[in-house]
Design a protein around this ligand. Structure first.
Ligand SMILES: [Fe+2]
Length: 268
C-alpha cells in the first residue's frame, strides 16, 4: 500500500478493465475510506461520505432491502455522477442465499447496440431521459432533476458517456412525436443488457470491489438472509481526481504513457 509502483499497477487495472476486486482488506468501518484515500479524497454526496448497504426495516432505497437490483449506475441524476465506487464487504454469512453482485461494461454494450440497432442507437443519443431524485422524507430533503440522453457522443461520434439507471428515472418530458421511438429504443437496449453475459461475484468479508461507475453497470441478486447478515460499506471518488492520479503516477514512476480516459465523458 505504500509503494507508488504498486498503486499505479492497481489504478491501471481499474482504468483498463473498469473493475478490480481487492482481497484481504481488514474488517473495519473506516477501511473503505482508507482504501479510497489511496487514490483521492472521498466524494461527498447526498448519502454523506460513506453509506451502508444493509437490510433495514423500512428501506428508503431498494439497496437497503433484500430485493434484486437490476443493472444501473449510481447518482446519474448528478451533473457529473461519481467516478469510482468502492464497496467493502464487512459481513456476508454463508447461510445467505443469493446476494451476489453483478457487473457489465456499459460502453461495450452501447457499442454493440450501435452495430445491431443503428436507428435505435441514434434515438438514445438524441432523446433525453429524465433522471431524478426527489425525496423529501429524509433528514436533508433532495430534489434533483437532470434531463439528458442515455448515450452521449463526442465531436468524433465516439461514445463518451452512458447513463442507465431505471430506478431513478422520472416522467419522460419530450415532444409527443419522440415518445414511441424512445420507448422502443429503451426496451431494446434494456433487453440487450439483460441478455448479455455479466460478471457475477459473491463478495466475501474482507473483499473490496472498486469500479468505474461512469463506465460499469452494477446490480445485485435478491437474497434470503436465513437469519444471517450481509453488510457492505461504500463510498465514491470523483472521476477527475482518479484520472489525474493515474496520469501523475504514469509520469512519475511509470512509462509516461497516456492514461485511458474512458468513463470521464471524454474519450481515448
Ligand atoms: Fe447502486
Amino acid at each position: 500500500m505504500n509503494s507508488k509502483e504498486w498503486l499505479l499497477k492497481w489504478l491501471q487495472h481499474i482504468n483498463e478493465d473498469g473493475i478490480s476486486i481487492v482481497k484481504g482488506v481488514p474488517l473495519g468501518e473506516n477501511m473503505v475510506h482508507k482504501v479510497a484515500e489511496l487514490i483521492a479524497p472521498v466524494m461527498q454526496t447526498i448519502y454523506g461520505t460513506a453509506f451502508d448497504v444493509e437490510k433495514t426495516q423500512e428501506p428508503i432505497n431498494v439497496a437497503y432491502s433484500t430485493l434484486p437490483i437490476g443493472l444501473h449506475q449510481d447518482l446519474v441524476y448528478f451533473e457529473s455522477p461519481p467516478g469510482l465506487q468502492l464497496l467493502h464487504c464487512l459481513e456476508f454469512d454463508d447461510c445467505i442465499e443469493g446476494g451476489g453482485n453483478t457487473f457489465l461494461d456499459a460502453f461495450e454494450m452501447a457499442n454493440k447496440f450501435r452495430v445491431t440497432y443503428p436507428d435505435l442507437f441514434q434515438t438514445l443519443t438524441k432523446v433525453p431521459a429524465t433522471f431524478q431524485k426527489v425525496h423529501y422524507n429524509r433528514e436533508h430533503p433532495v430534489h434533483i432533476v437532470n434531463q439528458k440522453p442515455h448515450i452521449k457522443l463526442n465531436h468524433l461520434g465516439e461514445i463518451c458517456a452512458v447513463y442507465w439507471s431505471p430506478p431513478f428515472e422520472g416522467p419522460l418530458a419530450v415532444a409527443g412525436s419522440e415518445v414511441e421511438q424512445y420507448y422502443l429504443a429503451y426496451e431494446m437496449f434494456a433487453k440487450t443488457l439483460s441478455n448479455s453475459k455479466m460478471l457475477q461475484h459473491r463478495l466475501r468479508p474482507g473483499e473490496l470491489v472498486v469500479f468505474n461507475n461512469q463506465r460499469m453497470l452494477h446490480g445485485r441478486e435478491g437474497f434470503k438472509t436465513n437469519g444471517g447478515a450481509r453488510r457492505l460499506k461504500g463510498c465514491y471518488v470523483n472521476i477527475d481526481f482518479f484520472k489525474s492520479q493515474i496520469q501523475v503516477l504514469n509520469n512519475l514512476v511509470g512509462d509516461g504513457r497516456l492514461a485511458k480516459r474512458v468513463g470521464n465523458q471524454c474519450f481515448f
